[in-house]
Design a protein around this ligand. Structure first.
Ligand code: SF4
Length: 455
């Protein structure tokens, strides 16, 4: 029996997919790279934008059609689109909305219920022979040992849920309250990874730098003795450099939980990379308030100034939403001014689309026209292109440490990322994949750096 998982969205989802894969393999399924061959097809979904959901609905139609040639095919959905773990055989009133909407769908599960996947499948298809799994380590989804995609890089989740309630975001409803994973579990997972040759670990969480500080964390008291639990965790993980860890990243932090201590840790800790991703979302204070981001541009800029004082060459990147409810031309121009002021070298730009169930969907009007959103997006994208190129040009002539991720047989180019998270290409060989090499940058393009490997 074979399975296929289609993953959309953020690093957290890719990390979750590794745990879902592992559960399915414990249940006796085998991964297939050919979606049409699967007996279980799971969508791990993202609800941040309408586009992500539309992709799921589009592909679902195709997959549902495969049931004609493979009647035992089971289709499931997990991730941010799901509210309620249930199957086509659950009583109708307790079924998730997706099961009511998609008649060929067999089961859905909240990602936090990954460890219960065996029970879910048994309910969806009672004729399946699902093995009884030993309890050991499977009673919590983050304790499911993941099936990592590659040996040299890994995502490690350190918290689940989110307490921030940005008005446009569905995540707190989809993933529940924020809760941090025990530090010893994270250290054990990372140590095991590094001992098996992992060079780069990315810690993932919805607001990763509030690790250990949520209400639920305070209630269980395990972090009470730590002044700054996230920095303490980074310090512990930095000790793994002795065992071969080359770089430690984290995504996505919230500006509200960034402080000088964390910025200084980037300069102090050997494996923490000089890359700061600080999602601003808007450069106008009224918009920020309406989004419930709980900082002003001035406060945000102070963090950037501190970063540039301590690590002037660090990469600083962001996320921005254009056309949020009621955004006037003047308010948008404040975001343009903010861009010109900060000059983020990379930004993920999104046009606002209301997500059902969020505060902005209930309380505000999506009143910026599609055309205006597109116009604003293109204006910011031009600025982004200029800033990305400017930053890349500043790297010309420098020697960067690159962790090689792939090799293209046709061009003979190896590709990887620098510590600043920039894509670097250079003439190489397939056996460099997974290795860290020094590359002298000879040419800067808008999104890519070109160079030559130096021995
Ligand atoms: S911080 Fe805001 S945008 Fe990020 S997951 Fe939480 S609610 Fe969503």
């Amino acid at each position: 029996m074979k399975y296929y998982i289609q993953t959309l969205g953020c690093a957290m989802n890719y990390s979750d997919t590794e745990r879902v894969s592992s559960m399915l393999e414990k249940l006796g399924y085998e991964k297939t790279e050919t979606p049409e061959d699967a007996d279980i097809y799971i969508f791990n979904t993202c609800s941040i934008r309408q586009k992500g959901e539309d992709r799921v609905y589009g592909q679902y139609q195709n997959v549902a059609g495969w049931k004609k040639s493979n009647p035992r095919l089971l289709i499931g959905i997990t991730g941010c689109m799901v509210r309620n773990t249930s199957t086509k055989n659950t009583e109708r009133e307790n079924q998730d909305h997706l099961l009511k909407l998609l008649d060929q769908l067999d089961f859905v599960f909240r990602i936090n219920d990954t460890h219960k996947l065996g029970e879910v499948l048994s309910e969806a298809e009672p004729r399946l022979e699902i093995p009884e799994l030993e309890e050991g380590g499977l009673n919590d989804y983050l304790r499911v040992k993941p099936k990592y995609q590659v040996a040299h890089q890994a995502f490690v989740p350190i918290q689940i849920g989110c307490d921030k309630y940005c008005t446009y975001c569905i995540v707190p409803y989809a993933r529940g309250r924020e809760k941090s994973r025990p530090m010893q579990d994270i250290i054990a997972e990372c140590t095991d990874l590094v001992e098996k040759g992992c060079k780069e670990i990315t810690l993932v969480g919805q607001t990763v730098n509030s690790y250990g500080k949520s209400v639920l964390d305070e209630q269980d008291g395990q972090f009470a003795h730590l002044k700054d639990p996230f920095v303490s965790l980074l310090e512990e993980l930095d000790k793994l450099t002795e065992k071969g860890l080359n770089r430690l990243r984290f995504t996505s932090p919230h500006p509200r939980d960034y402080n000088e201590n964390l910025i200084e840790a980037h300069a102090r800790l050997q494996c923490l990379t000089p890359h700061f991703h600080l999602p601003i979302q808007a450069g106008d204070d009224q918009m920020l308030q309406k989004m419930n981001r709980q900082y002003t541009f001035e406060k945000y800029k102070k963090l950037i100034d501190k970063i540039r004082e301590i690590l002037p060459e660090a990469s600083v990147t962001t996320d921005i939403i254009v056309g949020f409810c009621g955004e006037t031309d003047e308010q948008f121009e404040n975001t343009v001014k903010a861009y010109n002021n900060v000059r983020w070298d990379m930004a993920y730009l999104a046009r606002y689309s209301p997500r059902k169930g969020t505060v902005s969907w209930k309380a505000f009007k999506d009143d910026v026209s599609r055309e205006k959103k597109a116009e604003r997006w293109h204006k910011l994208n031009k600025l982004l292109e200029a800033c990305s190129r400017e930053y890349n040009e500043s790297m010309t002539g420098k020697t960067l440490e690159v962790l090689v991720e792939k090799f293209d047989n046709e061009t003979g180019l190896a590709e990887g990322k620098s510590r600043e998270n920039k894509i670097v290409q250079f003439p190489g060989a397939p056996d460099l994949i997974g290795h860290v090499v020094n590359v002298k940058i000879t040419n800067a393009l808008t999104w890519t750096l070109k160079g030559e490997k130096i021995s």
